[in-house]
Design a protein around this ligand. Structure first.
Ligand SMILES: C[S@@+](CC[C@H](N)C(=O)[O-])C[C@H]1O[C@@H](n2cnc3c(N)ncnc32)[C@H](O)[C@@H]1O
Length: 237
């Protein structure tokens, strides 16, 4: 099944084109319900948690978390997405180059609770913002090119602080019917990517065959949300 999509590659320009043409059906105008439903398990009683949003787009959950006293760092290719995020959130922001990543910029709100890097995710590292206490990965592992999954997972693990709680949203469907993105990530692969470093627990799964997914030709679509913690560190309970 995996072979159906393993060679599929989306170039950065194709993502940018989607943003320029407003073809962003992946964007939710409200906080994603899986994040809202499970945020307590991610925060786990802590205050001022530092969240990471890989491939953040203009996810409104970033403002929601900052409004709840947490801080957020996101990474996103598209400058348009980042400017729209701050504009639509009604936030003033500053921008500056990132000296260690040629061509990259970081955009921060005035309170400096949200920092969004306009960069390729693979150029980001813990040398920029340290490690994170929480990660919300939606439209991220399922959006990167399948051939890059090992690099992506290694990067995400390197960004986890010892007490990090990583909430990961995946999609299961028949990859013979649709080429992606979003890409299909079977549970076996999730375990091969993260299982040596993390304990992985399924928190929820739900049928998610929307009209949009039907228009891709899919006959079923299951959305799964998992909680990952570093082995022998924070504990999943
Ligand atoms: C499916 S969208 C999801 C956005 C967001 N996570 C959400 O849930 O709305 C994937 C986003 O990742 C960005 N992207 C894709 N590949 C990237 C990469 N290698 N580095 C940084 N951003 C990337 C795209 O521009 C796009 O905005």
């Amino acid at each position: 099944m995996l072979s159906a999509q393993e060679k599929r590659v989306m170039a950065p320009e194709e993502w940018e084109e989607r943003w320029q043409q407003d073809r962003i059906g992946f964007h939710h105008p409200t906080v994603h319900k899986m994040l809202e439903a499970h945020v307590d398990k991610v925060v786990a009683g802590r205050t001022g948690v530092k969240f990471f949003f890989p491939l953040c787009g203009k996810a409104v959950g970033m403002k929601w978390l900052a409004d709840s006293g947490h801080s957020v760092v996101g990474v996103e290719f598209s400058e348009k997405a980042i400017r729209q995020f701050f504009g639509e959130s009604g936030m003033s922001y500053s921008e500056e180059p990132v000296p260690t990543i040629p061509g990259a910029k970081v955009f921060r709100n005035t309170e400096k609770t949200i920092s969004l890097y306009r960069s390729d995710i693979y150029k980001f590292s813990s040398s920029l913002e340290g490690q994170f206490g929480a990660i919300w990965d939606r439209g991220a592992l399922v959006a990167i090119n399948p051939k890059d999954r090992e690099n992506y997972a290694a990067l995400l693990v390197s960004l986890m602080a010892p007490d990090c709680r990583y909430l990961l949203d995946t999609l299961i469907y028949n990859p013979e019917l649709y080429k992606g993105p979003p890409f299909f990530v079977p549970d076996e692969q999730l375990l091969s990517l993260y299982g040596s470093s993390c304990d992985v627990k399924l928190l929820e799964e739900e049928e998610a065959l929307t009209e949009r997914a039907k228009s891709w030709g899919l006959d079923y679509l299951t959305e799964k949300v998992h909680l990952l913690v570093l082995k022998d560190k924070a504990g999943l309970v």
